[in-house]
Design a protein around this ligand. Structure first.
Ligand SMILES: CC(C)(COP(=O)(O)OP(=O)(O)OC[C@H]1O[C@@H](n2cnc3c(N)ncnc32)[C@H](O)[C@@H]1OP(=O)(O)O)[C@@H](O)C(=O)NCCC(=O)NCCS
Length: 141
């Protein structure tokens, strides 16, 4: 009988993933890996009002900036920079060697990340929405 490829709900694959995860990670990275993922959320609050938020995910000693949003009326007050600084401190605490983030190439978001100490390490051509996307990084250690 030919192998069928099915679309399934994530729960349907959980037992298989648990059974094979360890060997697959070792095969993928070339050494034994204990995989651990964390997510950290930050908010910038003034007088009880949230003016900005940020999220990072940590895995494999790498912290990935998943989002930074500052309310339009609160921009250019250093809030985004302060959110990323706090995120860096937390990533550092958890022994991350590097932070990484993506932004459309040439965008205001890229300028913001560069002002926060990030450097472009690659540009992915025709990536999200077919835009060229800059991959930026900041080393922590
Ligand atoms: C990008 C964003 C998070 C910046 O937040 P912010 O609080 O305004 O940023 P800061 O005030 O901390 O800016 C720090 C530095 O980044 C740079 N910067 C920030 N916004 C910029 C913009 N629109 N264009 C160019 N440079 C910018 C500047 O060098 C700025 O320093 P300065 O104001 O002294 O010149 C905010 O504009 C936003 O929420 N945008 C929409 C979502 C988004 O693009 N998120 C970025 C994901 S990486």
């Amino acid at each position: 009988m030919p192998v069928e490829i099915l679309s399934v709900q994530p729960e349907a694959n959980a037992a298989f993933a648990r059974a094979h995860d360890r060997e697959a990670l070792k095969s993928y990275y070339g050494f034994t890996v204990v995989w651990h993922e964390q997510r950290h959320d930050f908010s910038a609050v003034e007088d009880g009002t949230t003016l900005g938020v940020a999220t990072i995910e940590i895995a494999a000693s790498l912290a990935t900036v998943k989002g930074v949003i500052v309310a339009p009326e609160a921009r250019r007050r250093g809030i985004g920079r302060a959110l990323l600084a706090q995120a860096s401190d937390v990533a550092n605490y958890y022994n991350c060697h590097k932070m990484t983030a993506e932004a459309p190439h040439g965008s205001a978001a890229q300028a913001f990340l560069e002002a926060c100490g990030y450097h472009v390490e690659a540009v992915l051509p025709q990536h999200a929405f077919k835009l060229d996307m800059a991959v930026l990084r900041k080393f922590l250690l």
